[in-house]
Design a protein around this ligand. Structure first.
Ligand SMILES: NC(=O)c1ccc[n+]([C@@H]2O[C@H](COP(=O)([O-])OP(=O)(O)OC[C@H]3O[C@@H](n4cnc5c(N)ncnc54)[C@H](O)[C@@H]3O)[C@@H](O)[C@H]2O)c1
Length: 315
């Protein structure tokens, strides 16, 4: 890609910080817009002194003004874990709705390209598996996760509408469960939760009977997929994730094995609207973007375990 002026919202979060690193390393000028709700400047510490990098502390629910020319807008700002969006429900609703309109407004003003970070949660509790991009989903419009799921569905509608109405060149990435170093340790996401519990030989808590499935993509694979989409001439919706499906119980057992833990597995009741199955169909990304994930679960888990271990010893 030729060097561009890029604005990324949510760039100090987990996925956003890896993406920011890649974009700076690829020679772009980058502005991160983030209110630090769930992100941290620690994640982008190495970028702070780069002459091509700047950081604006700002909530995307408020108007975003950038003076210099913007070539590309990436909208990643949103609480993303069930724990985080339950703690910040209104901000999550607004980041997905008003925040998407504000970032689209920025793209419209600058005639920039646009990429929305959507989510596999737009498929809700899916009635088909694997989920391909044609599937419209099975979502509870006013359930306990609706501030996230429905805001992201609205965000997709907003991108499609602005793109049709104002000829904005826009792309949507539906990210499936992504894991790796820099995830917050206390935000309830299953991989870090289990590792955290296993490393301390505490009980590993499974919600439900553990038969629900998830497919985990290592963060570098997810970011490769997003960059491939950015670089392509495809203005469309793409699933990015790892189709390697595993039950939550198998994940817990694998983490116990890899950490040599004495943890026992305990079962608690399932929260409402927890999807029973999650597996991306990535054939579109494979054929049109030439992308597929490379990191197998065990290798990714080992890197994540090392990182959680490091965090536990340094904090
Ligand atoms: N990690 C995943 O598995 C996953 C899966 C599907 C979709 N996504 C999407 O990817 C994006 C990033 O997710 P993540 O896992 O890195 O989460 P994260 O919580 O680590 O990062 C989100 C970032 O957005 C910022 N933010 C939140 N609300 C904001 C607001 N109102 N204004 C400005 N900044 C705000 C946070 O401070 C944080 O830096 C989100 O849009 C999420 O929906 C992630």
């Amino acid at each position: 890609m030729v060097a561009m002026n890029i604005v990324i919202t949510g760039g100090s979060g987990f996925v956003g910080s890896y993406l920011s690193e890649r974009l700076i390393n690829d020679g772009h000028n980058l502005i991160v817009v983030d209110n630090l709700l769930t992100g941290s400047t620690e994640n982008i510490r190495d970028l702070m002194d780069d002459k091509n990098f700047s950081f604006i502390e700002h909530d995307v629910q408020n108007h975003i003004e950038i003076e210099n020319k913007v070539d590309y807008v990436l909208h990643f700002a949103s609480a993303a874990s069930p724990k985080a969006y339950t703690e910040h429900p209104v901000n999550t609703l607004k980041a997905g709705s008003i925040g998407t309109l504000n970032t689209l407004g920025l793209a419209k003003k600058h005639n920039s390209q646009y990429l929305l970070a959507s989510t596999s949660e737009v498929y809700g509790d899916p009635l088909i598996s694997p989920q391909n991009e044609e599937y419209w989903g099975n979502v509870n419009p006013n359930g306990e996760r609706s501030m996230y799921d429905e805001a992201k569905r609205f965000a997709e509608a907003a991108v499609a509408t602005y793109s049709r109405s104002y000829d904005i060149k826009a792309k949507i990435v539906r990210i499936f469960n992504t894991y790796g170093p820099r995830m917050q340790l206390n935000d309830g996401r299953v991989v870090t939760n289990f590792i955290f519990q296993a490393l301390q030989d505490n009980n590993i808590t499974i919600y439900g009977d553990g038969s629900q499935t998830r497919s985990f993509s290592y963060v570098e694979d997810t970011v490769d997929g997003i960059i491939s989409l950015m670089q392509s001439n495809e203005y469309d919706v793409f699933n990015i994730g790892n189709p390697n499906e595993i039950t939550v119980l198998e994940l817990a057992q694998k983490i116990i094995e890899l950490t040599n833990s004495k943890s026992e597995i305990v079962f608690k009741s399932l929260p409402s609207d927890d999807p029973k199955q999650r597996k991306p169909d990535i054939s579109k990304a494979k054929s049109k973007l030439g992308w597929e994930p490379k990191v197998n679960l065990e290798d990714g888990l080992i890197k994540t375990i090392d990182w959680v271990e490091y965090k536990l010893t340094t904090e």
